[in-house]
Design a protein around this ligand. Structure first.
Ligand code: FES
Length: 100
């Protein structure tokens, strides 16, 4: 069972939440199932980039990025080399992500 660690700011505090996820779930699904506020304006169909996260560890445990995701990510705020769209990144092992 993959462990997914989310790091995010809430009320000026940095919170770290460790979640046991199911293989095959994407980062957005895991966040929403566990009450973590990851934006998803398009509903998870790779059409907005609001579900953008920075992958701090475990990039190799995420599904490969598609061309569609790459194009969409180009429009994301605070884009980094380790950026992924939560709705497109499917988990197969341990991952640590930060919500920018
Ligand atoms: S929720 Fe819109 S791109 Fe992921």
């Amino acid at each position: 069972m993959p462990k997914v660690i989310f790091i995010f700011d809430k009320a000026k505090e940095t919170i770290e939440k460790i979640i046991d996820a199911e293989t095959g779930q994407n980062i957005l699904e895991i966040a929403l199932d566990n009450g973590i506020g990851l934006a998803h304006n398009c509903g998870g169909v790779c059409a907005c980039s609001t579900c953008h996260v920075h992958v701090l560890e475990g990039m190799e445990n995420l599904s490969e990025m598609t061309e569609e995701e790459e194009e969409r990510l180009d429009k994301a705020w605070d884009l980094q080399l380790n950026s992924r769209l939560g709705c497109q990144a499917v988990v197969s092992g341990n991952v640590k992500v930060k919500i920018p």
